[in-house]
Design a protein around this ligand. Structure first.
Ligand SMILES: [Zn+2]
Length: 73
């Protein structure tokens, strides 16, 4: 079985982008902005990378970064 590059390109969408600011919980300045997939759909979230406290969360594209073939119901 050949492993495709697809996984890599998909991962790029889920890259964590550094965010300026500090965590209200642990005061770390290591914050990142990235999409997460929850049971309620995709959210764009800002999380502290130290304690994983969610600083911000907003609804995102329902289908996420890619249009999944299995998610067209
Ligand atoms: Zn924190």
């Amino acid at each position: 079985m050949t492993e495709r590059r697809r996984a890599d390109s998909r991962r790029r969408y889920l890259e964590r982008k550094p965010v300026e600011g500090s965590c209200p919980h642990c005061r770390s300045e290591d914050l990142a902005h990235y999409p997460v997939n929850t049971e309620g759909g995709w959210y764009l979230t800002v999380k502290c990378q130290q304690c994983l406290h969610s600083i911000h969360r907003e609804p995102w594209s329902r289908l996420g970064p890619v249009h999944l073939l299995s998610d067209t119901l």
